[in-house]
Design a protein around this ligand. Structure first.
Ligand SMILES: Nc1ncnc2c1ncn2[C@@H]1O[C@H](COP(=O)(O)OP(=O)(O)O)[C@@H](O)[C@H]1O
Ligand SMILES: [Mg+2]
Length: 147
């Protein structure tokens, strides 16, 4: 059975479902569970500016992004705890999401990658997001796309 599961999370509802499934599976088979979120190199985009204004946040965008990342991982950690996973590992990496997820899984000896079928993007009519599509085609290990 799976021994080393990597679950990629981006703060979306789909990723949360992936986190739930990965947590239940890890608890059941006693696998190591790592949550990975990939952040972009800092750029003050319009979205970040709007978010900062709406939340009355000041300071550098890196700080705001760190906060967002922390929230994403906290949510995943809480999910693992609810499902009975004793110690989930939290990882933050910077770079291209799909490539980073695949290389992290390879380097850490993962035998399963779990991710959502869609993420934060909202292109209607698409069944699979580009990250899930790329990861499942590039990964050397088994990939589970949660719908
Ligand atoms: N930056 C990221 N870091 C970690 N996981 C991600 C990231 N972006 C996407 N994912 C994973 O890939 C899944 C599919 O997202 P994605 O392919 O980006 O869909 P969309 O195009 O709808 O945003 C997400 O549910 C999440 O599990
Ligand atoms: Mg996306």
């Amino acid at each position: 059975m799976f021994k080393n599961i990597v679950c990629a999370v981006d703060g979306s509802q789909h990723a949360l479902r992936a986190a739930e499934l990965a947590s239940e599976l890890a608890a059941k088979v006693g696998a190591k569970l790592t949550f990975l979120t990939v952040t972009k190199p800092v750029k003050l985009t319009e979205d970040v500016k709007r978010y900062m204004a709406a939340e009355h946040l000041t300071g550098s965008p890196q700080y705001v992004l760190d906060e967002l990342t922390e929230r994403i991982l906290d949510e995943a950690k809480e999910c693992a705890r609810r499902c009975g996973v004793e110690k989930a590992v939290m990882e933050v990496k910077t770079g291209n999401p799909a490539r980073t997820i695949v290389s992290f899984a390879e380097n850490s000896g993962a035998d399963l990658i779990v991710l959502g079928g869609r993420g934060l993007g909202d292109i209607e009519g698409m069944f699979l997001g580009s990250v899930s599509h790329k990861v499942s085609s590039m990964a050397k290990c088994t990939c589970m796309t949660v719908k």
